[in-house]
Design a protein around this ligand. Structure first.
Ligand code: CP
Ligand code: NVA
Length: 299
């Protein structure tokens, strides 16, 4: 059987993704009822983090534990990865010992070469290009609050970054319309954008993107690895804040999401983040449930 990796949302079929979202909702219910579900007994997930994380680490580690398995946190600081052992060698060694590997790193190509040499499923825990696990949680959250996302309108406001790219893939796979409003020079990758052309519109005015939308989403203006650009980006993105005025353009029952961590007063006001339309805490919690469904499916 060919191993399935989850490097982007395009690695699974639309039907498989829908199955994972439905399972996530069921697994959440089981967990809330205190019912144990341990299909991954004696299985181990290795988790390689080249960048910081709160949600991704805790949700994968807790998720594996709840499913009856185990997770190992690996940082370049204290593994041979940090001392230059080739990715290809690390992949072959680790995959002889564990049942799945989650990686958070910089270049997506690094993750791809790791996966190409791994004998077990590899999961993208965020790269500079994509953050597909977050999208599973976001879609689950939308479905729980508003029902199917098919044919809905989602507005992405801000940077054409890894989250934006994963929203483009989600629009293709879950069949919704995505309107992206980015400042000039901060557009998503043209190749990824072109792939989504049947579902995605790129505009410059956040108000046009948000008009009658069902969901407004944003993310930090400077992602991990772009810390030095923070100052310049604050200036470039100043008209791209999600605030009450922008939310008023959307449908009256529109939801607000943010993968977190958020910078209040930059990409989103405190009023919106803490407001009645914001579902960011459910969204964060759903990382756990959605990834449990993913692990159950892949492992
Ligand atoms: N949203 C997200 O991936 O959060 P962490 O960086 O805390 O994992
Ligand atoms: N775009 C952000 C997402 C963090 C979860 C980053 O890459 O830093």
């Amino acid at each position: 059987m060919k191993i399935k990796h989850f490097l982007t949302l395009l690695d699974l079929s639309a039907a498989e993704l829908e199955h994972i979202i439905n399972r996530a909702i069921i697994l959440k219910r089981l967990q809330k009822k205190g019912q144990s579900h341990q299909p991954l007994a004696a299985k181990t997930l290795a988790m390689i983090f080249d960048k910081s994380s709160t949600r991704t680490r805790v949700s994968f580690e807790t998720g594996m534990f709840q499913l009856g398995g185990n997770a190992i946190f690996l940082s370049p600081r204290d593994t041979q990865l940090g001392r230059g052992e080739p990715i290809e060698d690390s992949a072959r060694v680790l995959s002889r010992m564990v049942d799945g590997i989650m990686i958070r790193t910089f270049a997506h190509a690094q993750l791809e070469s790791f996966a190409a040499h791994s004998a077990v499923p590899v999961i993208n825990g965020l790269t500079d290009e994509y953050h597909p696990c977050q999208l599973l949680a976001d879609i689950q959250t939308f479905v729980e609050h508003r029902g199917a996302i098919r044919d809905r309108v989602v507005a992405w406001i801000g940077d054409g970054n890894n989250m934006c790219h994963s929203y483009i893939n989600a629009a293709i796979q879950f069949d919704f319309t995505l309107r992206i409003a980015c400042p000039e020079n901060f557009d998503p990758d043209p190749i990824i954008l072109a792939r989504g052309r049947d579902h995605v519109q790129l505009v410059r005015d956040p108000a046009i993107a948000a008009k009658n939308a069902d969901l407004i989403v944003t993310d930090v203006w400077a992602s991990m690895g772009q810390e030095e650009e923070q100052h310049a980006r604050v200036a470039a993105f100043s008209d791209f804040q999600v605030n009450a005025k922008l939310m008023a353009q959307a449908k009256s029952d529109a939801l607000f999401m943010h993968c977190l961590p958020a910078h209040r007063g930059e990409e989103v006001t405190s009023e919106v983040l803490e407001g009645a339309q914001s579902v960011v805490w459910d969204e964060a919690e759903n990382r756990l449930h959605a990834q449990k469904a993913l692990l159950e499916f892949l492992l």
